[in-house]
Design a protein around this ligand. Structure first.
Ligand code: ATP
Ligand code: MG
Length: 439
């Protein structure tokens, strides 16, 4: 249940300064976004008509340039920080933020904090980088992040100390769900001190698992790289007697990359994702299905998301380890499946050849694809417009094909996952020929 209040965006005050963007484009330009420009949460006519009370339905603020801004751009000192795991396109976002701030708004000083939230804590000694259009000119050609990244919780008050010491009044955070939670605790510390510092997020999730972003940046680049690996697995599998190609892809809680890569490659026979429970044994289990597939076609390609079937390789007696950020460390389902499948066919006296490919780090580090590059540029531009308008504790989302402002608490309220009763999973089932579930 979403209410209009859930989608309200916090701001630091009224927009009193003329926007340099508006001065450049002239009054007749149609790109400016006004107060009334909203994107309906549920855009079906039936949903809008259903509320006979005449109350405004829940709607997101539309992203884009405002013709008046909160900050006098000449007085903005901006910071950028990138946190969490790598994802294609982070450098494109940094470049887009810097170029839009410097060239469209004339922001004079931009700092890049090093190694995630550590860069905002003085005791780590990571001096911030000065960023300007020249220093970011070429960075989009590289994967990774030029600022570096890290995991691990930091004290929000120490981070605010650094922002205050440097006079930063606008901070852009580029990261996933953990980064957004970190940014929310930063906003609380800023509010406690009654400071005027805006915090705006550009959501980064290679798994595409953040709500209110129909496609996260880097997702397309990641699954395009995954398609190449699946092709290799298919070549290996079809060149061997009873050949099996097993590919592990990213997807800790959400199997979007596995599904998209399987659909794009059309070489995949089984997709295993965290959202769909799968049994190994029994007539309806994965192993029996694999046996039937080999008997009929002589080869099989399996794609498994890293968070799938975890219940098979973890025991309740053994506590699960966590990383520095508190995320559960998953067991390696790829290695587990490799060993179980090999043992199964050995026990049945079937000669099978399994090749296991784990390309995760290769995929995370590729540069952004052309369409992701365009997408990153637009995400970054809209983040700057939002920040200049004095918005805070919000991130840029994409809803019904439009860029919108999403309050941070809404974005982390729940995770976006593949719905096993919805069209994406149906498409995977039809494309692979696998059952709805191995149960
Ligand atoms: P991804 O999952 O895509 O790698 P992420 O942003 O979720 O990205 P994390 O390592 O979980 O990556 O978090 C990034 C940063 O945010 C870390 O420094 C982490 O300690 C911090 N963080 C995570 N959760 C919280 C929280 N609840 N409160 C404060 N900080 C947090
Ligand atoms: Mg995360």
């Amino acid at each position: 249940m979403v209410t209009p209040a859930d989608l309200a965006i916090k701001d630091l005050g009224p927009c009193r300064h003329p926007s340099p963007v508006a001065e450049k484009l002239g009054e007749k330009a149609t790109v400016y976004v006004g107060e009334a420009d909203k994107v309906l949460f549920d855009d079906r006519l039936s949903a809008v008509l259903a509320d006979a009370s005449g109350a405004r339905p829940p709607a997101f603020e539309l992203a884009g340039p405002r013709n008046r801004v909160f900050w006098d751009p000449k007085e903005v000192r901006a910071g950028i920080v990138t946190c969490g795991g790598l994802c294609p396109g982070v450098n494109n976002v940094i470049r887009g933020l810097v170029l839009t701030m410097a060239q469209s708004y004339g922001v004079p000083e931009i700092f890049g904090f090093r190694y995630g939230y550590e860069g905002l804590v003085a005791r780590f000694g990571h001096a911030p980088m000065r960023l300007d259009p020249r220093s970011v000119e070429e960075i989009h050609r590289m994967g990774g992040t030029v600022l570096g990244t890290s995991r691990g919780n930091q004290d929000p008050h120490q981070m605010v100390d650094t922002l205050e010491a440097l006079g930063i009044n606008v901070l852009f955070v580029v990261g996933g769900d953990g980064t957004i939670r970190g940014a929310m605790s930063l906003v609380r510390a800023i509010e406690e001190r009654r400071l005027s510092i805006g915090v705006v997020g550009v959501p980064k999730t290679i798994d595409n698992d953040i709500k209110f972003i129909d496609r996260s940046f880097g997702f397309e680049s990641a699954f395009a790289a995954a398609v190449d690996v699946i092709r290799s697995a298919h070549v290996e599998a079809s060149g061997a007697k009873n050949g099996i190609g097993l590919v592990k892809l990213m997807g800790r809680h959400s199997g979007f990359i596995a599904c998209a890569a399987a659909l794009a490659s059309a070489d995949v026979d089984v997709v295993l994702i965290p959202e769909v429970h799968a049994e190994l044994d029994g007539p309806c289990g994965l192993l029996a299905h694999l046996e039937r597939r080999l008997a009929r076609h002589g080869n099989a390609v399996i794609v498994v998301a890293e968070g799938a079937m975890q219940e098979h390789c973890t025991s309740s007696a053994e506590p699960m380890a966590t990383d520095l950020s508190g995320n559960l460390k998953l067991k390696d389902i790829g290695l587990f499946l490799r060993d179980r499948i090999n043992a199964h066919f050995r026990a049945r006296g079937v000669e099978a050849t399994l090749k296991y490919l784990d390309p995760s780090y290769h995929i995370r580090s590729v540069p952004a694809s052309p369409s992701d590059s365009v997408y990153c540029w637009n995400m970054a531009r809209n983040a700057v417009h939002a920040a200049m308008a004095g918005n805070t504790e919000m991130l840029i989302g994409r809803w019904h094909g439009r860029f919108v402002h999403v309050p941070m608490p809404m974005a982390v309220r729940m995770r976006k996952q593949v719905d096993p009763t919805d069209d994406l999973w149906m498409a995977v089932v039809e494309a692979t020929g696998q059952p709805l579930s191995f149960c």
